[in-house]
Design a protein around this ligand. Sequence first.
Ligand code: SF4
Length: 412
Amino acid sequence: MTGVFSLLPEQRHGLLTHPASGDLDRYVAAGGYTPVPEPDRLLDRIAAVGLRGRGGAGFPAAVKLRAVRHAPGPSVVVANGEEGEPGSVKDRWLLRHRPHLVLDGVRLAAAMTGAGRGCVYLSDAVAERTVRQALAEWPGDLHVDVVPTPHTYVAGEETAVVRRIDGGPALPTAKPPRPFESGVGGAPTLVANVETLARIAMLHAHPEAATAVAGTHLVTLSGSGGTAALVEASAGTHLKAIADMGGHGKAEAVLLGGLFGGLHGPDWGDLPLDHDGLAAAGGALGCGALHFLHPGDCPVAVATQAAAYLAAQSARQCGVCVSGTGALARTLTDIARGVSGDGTTDRLRRWSRQLPGRGACGLLDAAARVVGSLLTHFPDRIDGHRNSACPACRALGTSAPDEGRRFKVTVP
Ligand code: SF4
């Protein structure tokens, strides 16, 4: 069971509490699909309030929009709804319950970049139905395709998105070129996360609340000691206040970002919901998924499951990713089973520093960060596994990869 909660002081500016559902009339009555007489002013507003992308990297949205706008030739806008992080449901929720907000964002992004074509890229069958229904009634004159993809960890990476839309496999390619230079069909392409596009639509409809809209995040909570929840909260909110919405306030640790932001110890509750604040603490907000570890959970077991999942999800295109994620997962599994030898932690520490940035996408970085954060925040727990497994690690059994089941959340 997943709950939906808003912590916003002004709820009418929230995506979760927006009065429109999938219904066009209600969306228009709430201020949607109004004309865009001056796309430059909207772009300037997005830059002024510092809207950052919500797919994971937190890249400034205006910089991406301008790069596509200034590239030569007709461009393409892609709404990226394929959330590969196993603990996140926000993008699927938006596509299922707020399809017109996302499509309005596509329309506005196309106006700002001069795009003549749009795509909605997704893997969720329920979301595909609602988006197709919304497209059947939407008033925009932009041609928009819906492109389904198989659901994998890397399918939402921007070069994988382009490759799939062009008819290939949903696997990343080497960069450069980046999609803004050469994307779908060779055209300059904006690949934008669906929450980013929904926030652009809100910024357009509520210019008086632009700063608040840009400074708000959707967060997915999970963990065995509480319930799963989708929460909307302002940047800077302490994670403890957000965790309480799912009954996770007494958790002993958290895995941030999906799997991308690493583990954090008992002081996690004081961390702010903020890209820069979490980066300063050695983590990353990523797509805003928080997986909590409660008493009885073991950070070694969680890191082992995360690394094994990432190794299984490697697209096996980069040799360093295949060997690196495999070595990280095997070594963590040895620690979890209490059979690691001398020099194991030194080896893990070296890998966690050397591997980031060496794959064509962020999967290898995520695996290295999970391992590095385990070493930084839980050295005692690793030591405690020197000669035997703890009960939680014993429960992993002999097959550590569990297809990410631990981190999966049902879409509310
Ligand atoms: S880093 Fe790994 S997952 Fe990413 S493209 Fe290379 S092999 Fe595939």
